[in-house]
Design a protein around this ligand. Sequence first.
Ligand code: NI
Length: 266
Amino acid sequence: MDRPTVCLDDGQIEMFYRTGYLVLPAITTPEEVERLQSVYDHLFATKAGRAQGDHLDLVTTDEDDQTPVLPQILNPSKYAPALVDTQLRANAEAIARQLLGAEAYFAGDHAILKPPHTPASTPWHQDEAYAQPEWDYNYINIWIPLQEATLENGCMQFVPGSHRQEVLPHRPIGNDPRVIGLEVDEPERVAAGAVACPIPAGGATIHHGRTLHYTGPNQSDQPRRAYIMIFETPRKPRATPREFPWLAIQKTKWQERSAAAQGGKA
Ligand code: NI
């Protein structure tokens, strides 16, 4: 594993706790970005993880013969070991320990590709809305674009301070239970005061599991590649019960494929 080359200062750590997000101009080298770009493109070109239930379309009904609109790969490092031993991972882990403490561990990765001229946004949501309601979580997502991320191609946007709220009511995108992606109810109201965070290739935005975030359509001629690493501290059973009814109503092709891959039924 490479040695970390990035260390947050007190102001950055304080900003993360106050706003629920952080923006870093660089957590890897241009050479590594270039290398990972081709690894990343190969994963999507070969539909890596499709049979295993690790490759899906976030915003459509995700039929096998459909051209994906917003393709996502879960656990891409399982299919591309080149993603494991990187400067990127070493820095992300060091940052996670600074923000969450020494017990923070790598909990998984994923990749979201926005092909050129993708009209779909990734609508406003809190990541914890996808999680299991029985647990209390403390985790961060480190979001790294493998080309510059701009307003034009769908950089991250955050609502400062939104990580201090509980998980808000969500619904499947377009209220269609066949769609795996989630969006918060009343996005216009809850996303007031959003801040867009354009960053260079190989930079990073970091957000807490409850921070409201969004990326816009990709209106550029180039793909928008985002690679995301998740770090968490050990989860604990939740003392106050809560329900995420939006998860209970979902019936997606992705669930069918994952269940089949595990030898069970959807
Ligand atoms: Ni998210």
